[in-house]
Design a protein around this ligand. Structure first.
Ligand SMILES: NC(=O)c1ccc[n+]([C@@H]2O[C@H](COP(=O)([O-])OP(=O)(O)OC[C@H]3O[C@@H](n4cnc5c(N)ncnc54)[C@H](OP(=O)(O)O)[C@@H]3O)[C@@H](O)[C@H]2O)c1
Length: 340
């Protein structure tokens, strides 16, 4: 094993990333050390780096390391880990954005990352890039629909029940469409007109342009909906879902919060869905996700991954790549290998 670890660190709040070398960290009881081969930059990471957004509040100590997902090969086991081995190819999520003091060991924008063994999934021969492209945004969609709204697991739903995914064009939205379809529901989505054929191939029965002036009326004609989710989370989408839920009232899930005024009988469910599995109160979901569902999805190719671009330059390209994601210049995801 190498005795050095390279990491992209934020030296101080608001400063640009620097790539530094430090001593190798070792896993404690119940943890594993993973040599990380793939990072997919999420909007959350880019917003934390460049705008001090949301989870940035968890970066209490500097220098700090961003990233909460990765894929690679297990290099060392902590005591008490029995279901994983050195050499296993895995995808994993960490507590980097959960606890203020966790990111130096568990931030995934580095070559060697410590992870709780409970949030590690074996991926067999699946490419590391494919694994990171799917895990984080799919988990967001499934946590929102299944864990927080109460949708069924795959195969247990009825075609007579309808699900609405607003803003299905992105990673979270595309996976939400596929998950809802796999449960057995009828899925209606909003997306850009250029995305209609892809959305239908992913399982949507109807695709409505989210910019169309009559979008809400057309969606109402396809309802009522048992589960409603905005995967873009913007104010317009939240207002549209609230409007559809009137006059009976009800709830919808949103990837973003904000201060949109909602009718008193409409609730918005806004949570850090992507981090839900890190919480012990969701241990049943966590167990199902990492040890059952995610390995099956990856190894049996059950979802179509979003498009991606490989960024050359490894950790040194993270600052520029984050800027591109932050400015909305990327369709699909940017993926890089911290070992490059
Ligand atoms: N709460 C959580 O746990 C959580 C977890 C993950 C992500 N998020 C948030 O969810 C959002 C989406 O993440 P992502 O990974 O799916 O991003 P992404 O893959 O970059 O998705 C971007 C796509 O979303 C669509 N879109 C953008 N603005 C839209 C709008 N106003 N209305 C409808 N569709 C719109 C666009 O598709 P078209 O080009 O086809 O229009 C765009 O290409 C981000 O803001 C992210 O921070 C939250």
């Amino acid at each position: 094993m190498n005795s050095e670890n390279r990491a992209a660190i934020i030296p101080e709040p608001g400063k640009a990333l620097e790539v530094t070398t430090s001593a190798v960290i070792h896993p404690s009881h119940g943890e594993v050390l993973v040599r990380n081969h793939a990072i997919a930059i999420q909007p959350l990471d880019a917003k934390m780096l460049l705008a001090g957004y949301g989870g940035a509040g968890t970066l209490q100590h500097f220098p700090a390391v961003l990233g909460s997902s990765g894929a690679g090969v297990i290099e060392e086991l902590g005591q008490g880990v029995t279901d994983l081995d050195v050499g296993d190819r895995v995808v994993f999520d960490t507590r980097a954005y959960i606890y203020g003091d966790a990111n130096r060991r568990e931030g995934t924008w580095q070559q060697l990352v410590v992870s709780d063994a409970k949030t590690v999934a074996k991926i067999g021969d699946v490419a590391f890039e494919q694994a990171v492209l799917i895990d984080f945004p799919l988990q967001t969609a499934v946590a929102a629909l299944h864990l927080f709204l109460g949708a069924e697991k795959p195969g247990a739903g009825s075609v007579d029940e309808r699900v609405l995914i607003w803003g299905a064009g992105g990673a979270v939205g595309s996976y939400a469409t596929q998950f809802a379809k796999s449960v057995g529901y009828t899925v209606i989505v909003t997306a850009s007109p250029r995305d209609v054929e892809r959305q239908k191939a992913l399982g949507a029965s109807e695709v409505i342009d989210y910019k169309a002036p009559d979008a809400v009326d057309r969606l109402r004609a396809w309802g009522p909906y048992k589960y409603l989710f905005t995967a873009s989370g913007d104010p317009k989408s939240q207002q549209a879902l609230a409007c559809l839920l009137q006059p009976q009232g009800g709830q919808f899930a949103s990837v973003l919060g904000g201060d949109v005024e909602l009718p008193s009988n409409v609730q918005r469910v806004y949570k850090p869905f992507s981090q839900a599995a890190q919480r012990d109160e969701n241990s049943e979901f966590r167990e199902w996700w990492y040890k059952d569902y995610l390995p099956k999805v990856l190894q049996e190719g059950l979802v179509e991954p979003v498009k991606y671009t490989k960024k050359e330059g490894g950790l040194g390209s993270l600052q520029q790549a984050s800027t591109e994601v932050f400015e909305g210049r990327v369709k699909g995801k940017l993926v890089l290998n911290p070992q490059d």
